[in-house]
Design a protein around this ligand. Sequence first.
Ligand code: SAM
Ligand code: F3S
Length: 427
Amino acid sequence: MKKLYLRTFGCQMNEYDSEKISDLLREAEGLELTAQPDDADVIVFNTCSVREKAQEKVFADLGRVRHLKQQRPEVMIAVGGCVASQEGPALFGPQTLHRLPQLLERRRSSGKPQVDISFPEIEKFDHLPPARVAGGAAFVSIMEGCSKYCSFCVVPYTRGEEVSRPFEDLVAEIDGLVQRGVKEVTLLGQNVNAWRGTIDGAPADFAELLRYLSELEVERVRYTTSHPREFTQRLIDAHRDLEKLAPHVHLPVQSGSDRVLAAMKRGYTALEYRSIVRRLRQARPDVSLSSDFIVGFPGETEADFAATLKLAADAGCDASFCFVYSPRPGTPAADLADQVGHQEKIERLQRLQRQLDQQAAAISDAMVGSTQRVLVEGPSKKRPAEVAGRTANNRVVNFPGGAALHHSYADVRITAALPHSLRGELA
Ligand code: SAM
Ligand code: F3S
């Protein structure tokens, strides 16, 4: 049997793409996944260039498999994703991964390296195998790309502009997933709330899409990631009205300082972000909010950073992501003077991370004694006589139970909060 070694770098979007790559190559070339590059007939790196570190790792890993190509020239090496889009052997971009089987074929027959990093609108989705289902949940990509052009970010250049998938395609995909036992879908995109389409002959936005999708038989709907600039009152109202919409929102703020937000070209002020959070909590008091933060953006002073710490606290952020600013070639921010020193950035990262960890721990502690509706994903990793489920705010809960509970919802009373999970019992 021919083997595929597939290594994924970076974000959820890339993990979604990697699932599609392995399904596609199983279908087209009969390739089965292996964890060992030495065994592989085809090696694929699905790369990320959002931060310099991720990009460096790709080149280090490529160096590590080069000798395999020398020993066995028939081994195919393909580099996909955002580094491929930027560095432009077989290279394929995030929007052309569906053409990978043809690319490998052309590489074999011509003996020459092949490149396909174009942005063919939304053709990708028409050529991909159906979504993979795990633990009763599945991801559904609803839009691709980003048109926001934040001054620090490579995504608009590597993944192209925002393109929404048609409403009918989404309904068909989710209906199909429900038939295969899916209870929960996560709508995926760089900025899901930039989704635009036509529903019943009329123009529709993301809030409208959520209203329609919650009429389907799926039990819980999540989405990630949303952007504060298009977080409309209509979307907040959807959180008030739609039972099926998980009370969790990942809403990257990046900074709490208006000066820094303006230099980042984020298109909102800290006050506007606070207003969204306040109205969202009014509409859905149990909502859990997570965010992305960048520390050490060029020109960020101690006062700017203090504003970020304060915003993270005031907004009551749950488990969130913090990144050290990484200058990306070709983005406007990379040319800004006044880059913050490395040591300073690391120190700020640690301070913010520590505060956010404390906030998340306090939220976990406050959940003890409450009853949570969890989707049981499967057996618990540590105790086989128990099951593991996920709460609406993305915490893993382990509790006594058998296989009959797998892939269904259960009401669980939380009995203890541990550093990385919760314990509970059936309510
Ligand atoms: N809307 C997208 C999302 O969260 O999926 C944002 C895409 S980006 C891949 C995810 C996060 O990476 C951003 O929210 C930002 O915090 C971080 N990021 C992007 N460019 C960065 C850079 N140059 N340096 C550090 N962090 C960066
Ligand atoms: Fe990047 Fe800003 Fe879009 S962070 S993905 S350009 S919203």
